[in-house]
Design a protein around this ligand. Structure first.
Ligand SMILES: Cc1ncc(COP(=O)(O)O)c(C=O)c1O
Length: 471
């Protein structure tokens, strides 16, 4: 049955519930917004009344029968999948549930090495044995992108009994790759493909965007609705689209991983984000694309190139030789314009699914930033080509073994050759440089030091003081 994509059942139910001016003898403790610190009330006052809980008519995420079920079915209908789960723990929860749903302890799974850290956390929790396939270093964009199909081919030949293949599509910068062929290849072996499409929730709306992995036949797909669609932070979708993935296992793990008090504002925003995507018109998309062109024209004035990206909403500023992108990003921030992320040589700006409004501010800012960059002395380079060297690799220490090993703290400088007991993750983008269970090399150490020198944020409690390695 085709559904009416104008409907927003969960949002409507929340709205109607608040209209009754209900009296709260239940959680949450802010009592529909009645109790809140006065100095912050103004900020929160419109959202607190809809920050409700599993009350009559509002259904239950962990046993959906009513409006949440309807809202999830509307999403499944729009994305053309069998089942959509609403996530209130971001794609992080989705990736972990997907991996746990596909693998038992000791099972092998082929995993793209430059995945988000949540994928590795899922692997560790499952006790699976990952076979990592390395991404290619694409000189044209000066970044690691995706694995070559031949690497997957080889990995599948060597490990035909893997339980799944886990890929990330697109990358953070909106770059895609031959996913259709890779899915076809895995399916020849009857192996399901799980896709982290955190950055591609808008792909199902229009041909102006790359084709979604769902259309290519991916078996399970996670999308951060909050990244590219107007959903609240942490709002994501997990789509299950074949019988090759046991939906009941995913449901089981989601109820373990997600709160038993999931946020209604987040869930209703997923209902609304689906509504927004489903009702976007070609004219809306054209207006957005025009705006992207206009923004790029303004940005052309800077000391960088703007390469074409598969996803037009991702605008990459590739700095002229040696200029430090992190410093340049700081100049943007100084004038109140906040990029998504900066590496040593690239700044990523994410254009919304709506025309950009602050054209004047950007134009004015560009003149200032360009001038500041002329005088900058901090010319940074870092060669990351040696980060992922082995096309197909296992962990030096399997997850199952780590639990029984003792660890010790040593200085990073002295860690070459040791197996690390903790991941080192530059953030963003959240792709671990070194994974828990990987052997640290001299080139890791030199790259990590350069990153620290250049002011990158590293998610590690205190890498300057030392790193924990297995004894
Ligand atoms: C590729 C990728 N996957 C997953 C995630 C996690 O998504 P979320 O923030 O929705 O938990 C991110 C976050 O940046 C990401 O970049």
């Amino acid at each position: 049955m085709k559904r009416n994509q104008q409907d927003t059942p969960l949002f409507d139910a929340l709205q109607q519930f608040t209209k009754r001016s209900p009296t709260s003898f239940h959680v949450p403790g802010h009592k529909n917004g009645e109790l809140f610190p006065d100095f912050a009330r103004e900020f929160y006052q419109s959202i607190l009344p809809v920050d409700l809980t599993e009350l009559p008519g509002l259904d239950d995420l962990h046993a959906p029968q009513d409006v949440i079920k309807e809202a999830q079915e509307l999403a499944a209908d729009f994305f053309g999948v069998e089942q959509t789960h609403f996530l209130v723990g971001g794609s992080t929860a989705g990736n972990i549930a997907m991996v746990l749903g596909a693998c038992n302890a000791g099972d092998e799974i082929i995993v793209q090495r430059n995945s988000h850290k949540s994928v590795f956390n899922g692997l560790e929790l499952s006790g699976a044995r990952p076979i990592f396939i390395a991404p290619e270093f694409d000189a044209a964009v000066d970044r690691y992108t995706a694995p070559d199909i031949n690497t997957l081919k080889k990995a599948l030949k060597q490990h035909p009994d893997v339980k799944a293949v886990m890929l990330t599509y697109p990358d953070y910068f909106g770059q895609t790759f031959a996913l259709k062929e890779m899915i076809g290849l895995a399916h020849e072996y009857n192996i399901p493909v799980l896709v982290d499409e955190a950055h591609g929730v808008h792909f199902s709306t229009h041909r102006a965007f790359p084709v979604s992995s769902l259309e290519f036949g991916a078996d399970a797909v996670v999308q951060s609705a909050h990244k590219m669609a107007p959903a609240m932070t942490m709002g994501s979708f997990l789509h299950v689209n074949t019988a090759h993935i046991a939906n009941n296992r995913i449901t089981h793990y989601l109820q373990m991983l997600q709160s038993s008090s999931p946020s209604y504002p987040i869930m209703a925003s997923l209902d609304l984000a689906r509504w927004f995507l489903a009702n976007l018109k070609t004219a809306d998309i054209e207006a957005v694309l025009n705006s992207v062109r206009q923004v790029k024209e303004i940005l052309q004035a800077g000391p960088w190139q703007i390469p074409l990206t598969d996803d037009p909403l991702k605008i990459t500023l590739h700095m002229e030789e040696g200029l430090c992108a992190r410093e340049a990003a700081g100049f943007f921030e100084n004038i109140g314009i906040y990029p998504e992320l900066a590496t040593h040589n690239q700044i990523l700006l994410i254009h919304g699914l709506t025309p950009f409004r602050n054209v004047k501010q950007l134009k004015k800012g560009m003149a200032r930033i360009t001038e500041q960059l002329k005088n900058t002395r901090n010319r940074a380079t870092i060669d990351l080509r040696n980060l992922f060297t082995n096309p197909i690799e296992k962990l030096a220490m399997p997850y199952g073994m780590m639990q029984h090993q003792q660890t010790k703290q040593i200085l990073l400088e002295q860690s070459a050759g040791c197996i690390t007991a903790e991941a080192i993750v530059p953030y963003p983008p959240g792709v671990p440089f070194v994974l828990r269970g990987e052997r640290i090399t001299e080139s890791h150490i030199s790259m990590i030091k350069q990153l620290i020198q250049q002011g990158a944020t590293i998610q590690h409690h205190d890498i300057i003081r030392g790193i924990s390695v297995f004894k």
